[in-house]
Design a protein around this ligand. Sequence first.
Ligand code: TYM
Length: 328
Amino acid sequence: MKKKILTGLQPTGVITLGNYIGAIKQMVEMQEEYESYLFVADLHAITVPQDPVELKKNRRSLIALYLACGIDPKKNHIFFQSENEYHANISWLLECNTYFGELSRMTQFKDKSQKHQNFTAGLFTYPVLMAADILAYDVDYVPVGIDQKQHVELARDIAERFNKKFGTTFKIPEPLIKENATKIYDLVDPTKKMSKSEENPKGVIRLLDPLDVVRKKIMGATTDSLMSIKYDPENQPGISNLINIYSAMTNKNYSEIEDEFKDSNYGTFKKAVADSVVSTLEVIQKDYNTYLNSSELDDILDSGREFSRKIAKEKFEDMKEKMGFSRK
Ligand code: TYM
């Protein structure tokens, strides 16, 4: 039997190169060998305020982007989280087996709650919904960037607790984080994460940015004065970030890259990084427009919804039975 992988992305703003490298690309690389689930985490998006018109547009756009990035609908179950009601149902049962203290320790909650004067209860319980997304399918691995590792670890803790209390119900999942995809940093400030919500667009590459803009952003990336192309995140965060991007785009490892550019200056290296990103995005952008307007999208979503609902329903019924919700 094939092992299972699952991941989801929030349909907020335009997907970045960080999202692509951290999550989508890994799914593309693994789809041949694994039973794969890839969804749009639209229920997670509303933990902070969303304009309904924008949300509607972004949800569909993300599905088209998945396909354009090389996600094969024949090898992945692709669906909207909100079209599978069992995620939220399972989440409630798990919430009642999760401690307030555990959720209070989530670093993403601490960061995000500081940014909003009035934040929702959903922002606080968000990691439990994420646990439900994962645990519903008994997945083996969850490909993510490092910023989601703590949430996957919480899902493991919740699953272990539930299994102990009610009998084995869930498989214990593992986060899957590739070395060069751990965290792609902002090009202007390479000490902070490249993020969808960043206000300065210069440091963030969006998958749908015009290609000349992408090139400009990379050529303008902050580097250092050491004049050496070495993977050394502590002393050369900008260069190391570009090495990670180049490594992800070309599948070359760090020593191959250091060797390739041992006699080059930063300009030459940046141009090579820009070429590699632009040629990847060129294909994605061309296919994106075709998929966005295709009626195939709805067929893919219908079959993803039906398949995922069947599995998640079984898990939900099993949990209810074990927790004492059966009639007899
Ligand atoms: P989200 O939408 O913030 O990010 C989607 C994925 O992209 C990764 N990522 C990055 N990876 C490397 N470098 C970066 N700069 C970078 N920025 C983002 C994230 O780690 C993530 O893998 N809660 C999740 C969505 C979610 C989910 C799930 C994921 C909901 N349920 C179940 C996995 C399994 C989120 O907000 O991701």
